[in-house]
Design a protein around this ligand. Structure first.
Ligand code: PMP
Length: 292
């Protein structure tokens, strides 16, 4: 069945969901996006995703033509139109149609589209066995040049790193900051467990303020596990007891080797497992209802 896509106020069949070649989202990657999940008939952490979206828009002086209530309704409508209860939602706001120059002021109205589809997950065995990672040579964008907190449509930095991981035959890779601190992976945040404590790189190093990252910190605190933001380098990753990644699509996924070194005993660790279970419980029980 063809998907119905929300495009500028209308739900249209996917083959009719087209945008202009003069849209600055296409010409320059000028725009922002969100990746959101629905579980069990509810949209998970919708408010946090909207906070990040509207904050990013403010930073880019991008005037989203829908307020938060209208945006929430557009997301829920798209899910309902496609009769989805469990889904991945891609919400995109571009600068809109302009001329061939860079100037965003020439773009009169941002384009908004929402795709809601069945989610394609990592295979189950990746969660059971854990991932192998490499450290990518592509550095994460320097936050002084482009704030990683803005989830912009310009993802070439991450794509270049992703190409390295694909060529190495692994699903994800660590991206370092320009000063060689661990920042994040190509599309997920990273956590270490050392001596029973959770650490993750601080946001100022140049990583996305992941919603799953934030939920993970909250779950750790509920379980009495100390969680802090600290700078660390690849050596600390190699020597960690456990390592895992977090993201909307991947959820919490264990890492068992990095650059050929086993992490801990080379198997998913107990804290990773326990946080993963708590995350699964939470996603099944909270969120914005789609069907009232
Ligand atoms: N870092 C990057 C670069 C990402 O693209 C994502 C996915 N949005 C994340 C981290 C994880 O963020 P979240 O938990 O909000 O999906």
């Amino acid at each position: 069945m063809a998907l119905l896509i929300y495009l500028d106020g209308e739900l249209v069949p996917e083959e009719q969901a087209k945008i202009s070649v003069f849209d600055h989202g296409v010409l320059y990657g000028d725009g922002i996006f969100e990746g959101i999940r629905a579980y069990n008939g509810r949209v998970f952490r919708l408010e946090a995703h909207l906070d990040r979206l509207y904050d990013g828009a403010r930073a880019l002086q991008l005037d989203i033509p829908l307020d938060r209530t209208q945006m929430t309704e557009a997301i829920l409508e798209t899910l309902r139109a496609n009769q989805l209860r469990d889904a991945y939602i891609r919400l995109v706001v571009t600068r809109g149609v302009g001329d061939l120059g860079l100037d965003p002021q020439k773009c009169l109205r941002p384009t908004v589209f929402i795709i809601a589809d069945a989610i394609e997950l990592y295979p189950e065995e990746f969660y059971d066995k854990g991932l192998e990672l490499i450290t990518c040579s592509t550095r994460r964008n320097d936050p002084a040049a482009l704030d990683a907190g803005i989830k912009s449509l310009n993802y070439l930095n991450n794509i270049l790193a992703k190409m390295e991981t694909t060529q190495a035959g692994v699903p994800e890779g660590i991206m370092l900051s320009s000063e060689d601190y661990v920042a994040e992976c190509t599309g997920v945040n990273i956590f270490l467990v050392s001596s029973g404590k959770l650490i993750t790189p601080p946001l100022h190093i140049g990583n996305l303020a992941g919603i799953t990252r934030q939920v993970t910190i909250e779950l750790a605190q509920q379980q009495g596990i100390s969680a802090s933001e600290e700078l660390f380098r690849t050596k600390e990753v190699y020597c960690a007891d456990e390592c895992f990644l977090t993201g909307t699509a991947a959820e919490l996924i264990p890492v068992v080797t990095v650059d050929g070194r086993s992490i801990g005993d080379g198997k998913p660790g107990p804290i990773t497992k326990s946080l993963r279970e708590a995350f699964a419980d939470l996603t099944q029980s909270e969120g914005t209802p789609i069907y009232g």
